[in-house]
Design a protein around this ligand. Sequence first.
Ligand code: NAD
Ligand code: GLY
Length: 361
Amino acid sequence: MQKLPIRIKEHLREIPFFVGRDLWAALAAYLQTDFPAHSLFVIADSTVAALYGEAAAGALRPHGGFRDILTFPAGEQYKSRARKEQLEDLLLLGKAGRDSVIVALGGGVTGDLAGYLAATLHRGVPLVHLPTSLMAQVDSSIGGKVGVNHPAGKNLIGAFYQPRAVFCDTAFLKTLPEEEFFNGMAEVIKYAVILDDELWRRLDSESAPILRREPGLLEQIVLRCASLKIKVVEADEKESGYRSILNFGHTAGHAIEHLSEYRIKHGFAVAEGMRIAARLSHQLLGYPRERVEDLDKLLELYGLKGVGREQFSAEEIWNCICSDKKARRQAPRFTLLRSPHHPELFYPVEKQELSHALAAS
Ligand code: NAD
Ligand code: GLY
């Protein structure tokens, strides 16, 4: 097991991000040491609870404070205020107090939902992430963004709330359906595009073993992506500037995800969003044409082509982007790239320019 420390200014403690395989014993030992007298509640979606609920209960029962595994149906549509309330009712019924730890066992939906719940229950109770999807391991369990969707848009209600620790067990990835693996690969590719040429080369040259999910290789990729995101979050926790580099592909991506009523998964929508952002970068900032083409090829290699964006008109995508929380006075802002590793953050984009990029993608 390796530990990446997350050190955020203004936070007293560092947040350990543990990466390895079969981390149940390490999790149990950590909770016993840091929270010996707390009660423990695990939150998991129905799919993850069916796969790993027993293992979680087995590992946590000896602690003595283990209370329950609370579940909700799997799916983005359950990252909602209604589902948060329901889980809150169950927790309060189960006498969860300020001395309770919430363990979020699952993908990004569980982490965002349970994280937001932990942020607000009794004005904040300790949160530990156990990310089980590739998306959650390389992205959503790091950086403290928690929240729920609203009918008006994605992630419109939420907070920054840092976990006390993250246990990133890559053994979970064995049971991840292929589509969910591809979904997570979109964020891996994002890191390569915005920050790491060497990672890009590896994704290209080692695609066969990556697609076979060779455990050692996956662990290296998760470690690499996690350390890239940690550096960005340490520099700008609350996204006042630099952190928005991580939003490359997300402005149009969120709109596509929302318009599809979440039938198009987050990673697939972000993949399409990256194709659009790369074209805007080329049109408006001279980002090299070959990089745009290479990105298309890389996305295709990892099953991230043809996500069904054509069902939405440029007008619909534009209108949806304009209601995004990152729009300033209704002028959409994009994270674009001037050249590899030279981002333009909060770059204003006109309707015509977006239409042009959509037509070219
Ligand atoms: P998800 O949590 O819905 O998981 C995807 C599916 O995979 C679910 O059906 C889940 O049950 C299943 N699953 C998870 N782990 C599994 C495993 N090990 N084996 C078998 N099945 C497993 O979605 P996701 O793709 O993990 O995350 C997407 C969400 O994360 C979106 O809501 C997105 O907005 C959010 N997100 C948040 C951040 C952040 O910084 N907070 C960053 C990126 C994404
Ligand atoms: N996924 C973008 C961020 O965490 O900032």
